[in-house]
Design a binder for this molecule. Structure first.
Ligand code: COA
Length: 672
């Protein structure tokens, strides 16, 4: 029974038990509707709604959203609860989200255990609340607070929600007993939908939402509908809410965001580690205290692990310690940790130059300079200092971990853990699987990444693994577009128009042209003969245009400014190359720029799946969304291609290949 009704001491306890998160699936809605009637027949003076397991209802069942809604619908259920002659009380714990909060808003009272959190996160799925949330929440907590919660999807803690009037009481103890005691003798308050709400000026929030949206539509629509709460009768607001909800649910953006939700969870459980048990990890050794190493150390410390950070000599070690301290302080500044958490984290950090300090580590992550010999030496020293079965990971972004580990004992404990910079912020980790690695070692890498709050994606060994391999292809095609007629600002604007936070050239300026330069040099010896080479980027780098920090890269920057300005010198280099290559420069519309760059990303992603480097399309999508700023509301390149129509993408890839013959391997997926 997903919904059970028990009677006790004048009240009815209505219990939902629908693991994992008590979503309002069809069976739950049916059970609740029957419970409304059953409670009325019982003649009790109140019904207390509780949930079994780890949380109160955490929302609608997202897995049902692809199908037409089946009655009883949640809005009707909320109306039935609100209108019932028996008053209901929601007694909550865990994360009360979406439809869960909407059920609670329809109840006469709301009480919760300390630590409960509340939210209407529908915009994160490209939706707005669809069961009265946009009209009832403002009537309960005020228009401006409700508007912010609904337009951003942010959760609010119990104490704050209590202060706003969102809940009536915070109660310790078993929710149903605490609620029953608290209810004794209480008069039924006015139903929420009948309350009035004052207007508020939402213009500033509207501007903030518009600025962050970058093409995403749900937050703006949410604001528009919430605003009705103060302007129109409840029933009219509810009708409009339902219309917009259904329109968004059937749209591309919500489909993409739902795909992203499930993809992120699915990739964390790849076939390759099915049944493998992760080893316990409490102490992590990290070699290299640069930007990457200190970011990884910070992530580990913030997750409660102990860290031994190894540097070459004392001065470097103390600089690394300062960097980690600074990152922890910044987390406190951003409200991501308390000062006490940060102090405790710092006390778990040991910084040393002698590998003996890391002897007790369960796992090591090497994050030194990207050079095979340097990394080999580090691995040799780790193997000598740590336990013979300690797991050894490399943060390399393109080398084969097996080559780095060649010669050490028990190589089956070696894997890649490719973090993204800044590593304490970015949620992606590519877990790289060299030949012969033990499933247990991989499973340990996955468990560690999840403990750090990150999303691990399994990647086979190839140049650049999943993400950087796609990035290399994307940049190569962008350079072909330059040679054939585009200018950097046109390519960047087109990709921003698609929803990328930055175009490829602004991004290179931000990270520096040196990394891409080194990567091209590394790739040059294995470059297929006949592949078109466009040396514009090399020429800029060699002319000292190193990127934004140097004041000039693909653009020029005024002293101390981050704003890219077009630079005629760069454009002259671009045009000169077209002449040298003998190409007539042609115009490309923004749509065509996007079509070609996306086709290349999809083609490379498809090759990666066909070669078994990624297990699924979803893995490619998650890497692009979490590691490279691919707009989440487009669902990643592979999902986008399906939604766009694979034939259209194949057509675009044919134009790409036709323009640069001999330069692209076509995936089976896009071959005509
Ligand atoms: N519908 C269907 N399945 C859901 C779900 C929902 N609303 N919310 C969570 N799940 C599933 C997850 O897919 C996952 O399934 P899996 O174990 O098969 O992968 C499982 O519940 C646990 O979720 P997970 O996110 O891994 O657990 P968590 O403890 O980290 O987070 C929540 C729990 C509820 C905070 C989080 O799942 C969440 O934010 N869910 C979405 C809530 C939402 O958007 N509700 C509004 C819907 S309109």
């Amino acid at each position: 029974m997903v919904v059970a009704v028990e009677r006790g001491e004048g009240v009815a306890i209505v219990r939902i038990d629908n693991p994992p998160v008590n979503a309002t699936s069809h069976a739950v809605r049916e059970g609740l509707m029957a419970a409304v009637r059953a409670v009325e027949a019982e003649g009790v003076h109140a019904a207390i709604l509780v949930c079994a397991g780890r949380t109160f209802v955490a929302g609608g069942d997202i897995a049902e959203f692809d199908r037409p809604p089946e009655p009883p619908l949640l809005p009707d259920l909320c109306d039935a609860i609100e209108a019932s002659p028996v008053p209901w009380c929601a007694a909550m714990h865990g994360t009360v989200l979406g439809g869960g909060l909407e059920l609670a808003l329809a109840c006469a009272w709301r009480v919760a255990a300390p630590g409960t959190r509340f939210g209407l996160p529908e915009v994160r799925l490209g939706l707005i609340p669809g069961a009265g949330g946009t009209q009832r929440l403002p009537r309960l907590v005020g228009l401006d607070r409700a508007a912010r919660m609904i337009a951003t999807g942010a959760m609010v803690g119990a104490a704050e929600f209590l202060a706003w009037g969102g809940i009536d009481a915070l109660l310790d103890g078993k929710p149903e007993t605490a609620a029953r005691d608290w209810l004794a003798g209480r008069a039924r308050p006015q139903v929420v939908s009948a309350r009035s709400v004052a207007g508020a000026d939402l213009a500033a929030l509207g501007r903030e939402v518009a600025r962050k949206a970058q093409g995403e539509i749900a937050p703006g629509r949410a604001l528009e509908v919430v605003g009705l709460a103060a302007e129109r009768p409840f029933a009219e607001g509810l009708r409009r809410e339902r219309e917009v909800f259904l329109e968004l649910k059937g749209g591309r953006q919500s489909r993409a965001l739902r795909h992203a939700f499930f993809a992120e969870r699915a990739v964390a459980r790849p076939e390759a580690i099915a049944g493998a048990r992760p080893r316990p990890v409490e102490t992590v050794a990290i070699v290299g205290g640069g930007l990457m190493g200190s970011g990884i150390a910070t992530a580990c410390l913030a997750a409660g692990l102990s860290v031994v950070l190894l540097e070459r000599e004392e001065a470097a070690a103390s600089a690394a310690s300062g960097r980690v301290g600074g990152l922890l302080d910044a987390m406190v500044g951003r409200g991501k940790a308390t000062a006490d958490d940060a102090a405790a984290a710092r006390s778990r950090l040991v910084v040393a130059s002698d590998y003996a300090a890391a002897a007790g580590a369960d796992l090591a992550i090497e994050a030194v300079f990207e050079d095979l010999d340097v990394k080999r030496e580090v691995f040799g020293r780790l193997a000598a200092a740590l336990a013979p079965d300690a797991i050894l990971a490399t943060n390399t972004s393109y080398l084969d971990p097996a080559r780095i580990a060649a010669g050490i004992a028990a190589p089956e404990r070696v894997l890649g853990l490719h973090f993204f910079s800044p590593a304490h912020v970015m949620r992606l980790v590519e877990v790289v699987r060299p030949d012969g690695v033990a499933p247990e070692a991989l499973a340990t890498g996955f468990a560690l990444a999840r403990r750090l709050g990150k999303v691990p994606v399994l990647a086979g060994v190839c140049d650049g693994f999943i993400g950087n391999r796609i990035l290399t292809a994307y940049r190569r095609q962008a350079d072909y577009l330059l040679a054939d007629g585009c200018l950097p600002h046109e390519v960047d604007a087109a990709m921003r128009g698609f929803g990328m936070p930055m175009g490829p050239y602004e991004l290179q300026d931000m990270t520096g042209l040196g990394i891409a330069y080194a990567s091209r040099r590394h790739r040059a010896p294995s470059r297929p003969t006949g592949e078109r080479v466009v040396p514009i980027a090399d020429r800029l780098y060699e002319a000292g245009r190193l990127g934004r920090s140097a004041g000039r890269g693909w653009y020029r920057y005024a002293e101390g400014s981050r704003t890219p300005e077009r630079d005629e010198d760069v454009e002259a280099v671009v045009r000169a190359w077209s002449v040298e290559e003998g190409r007539a420069r042609q115009a490309f519309a923004p749509d065509e720029i996007v079509a070609r760059l996306l086709a290349v990303m999809v083609n490379e992603g498809a090759l990666i799946v066909e070669e078994g480097i990624a297990e699924t399309d979803a893995a490619v999508d998650v890497v692009e969304m979490l590691g490279y700023g691919f707009p989440r509301w487009r669902g990643g390149p592979m999902h986008w291609a399906e939604a766009e129509g694979i034939d259209r993408v194949a057509d675009a890839m044919a134009r790409v290949a036709g323009q640069s013959p001999g330069s692209w391997v076509l995936s089976r997926r896009l071959r005509r």
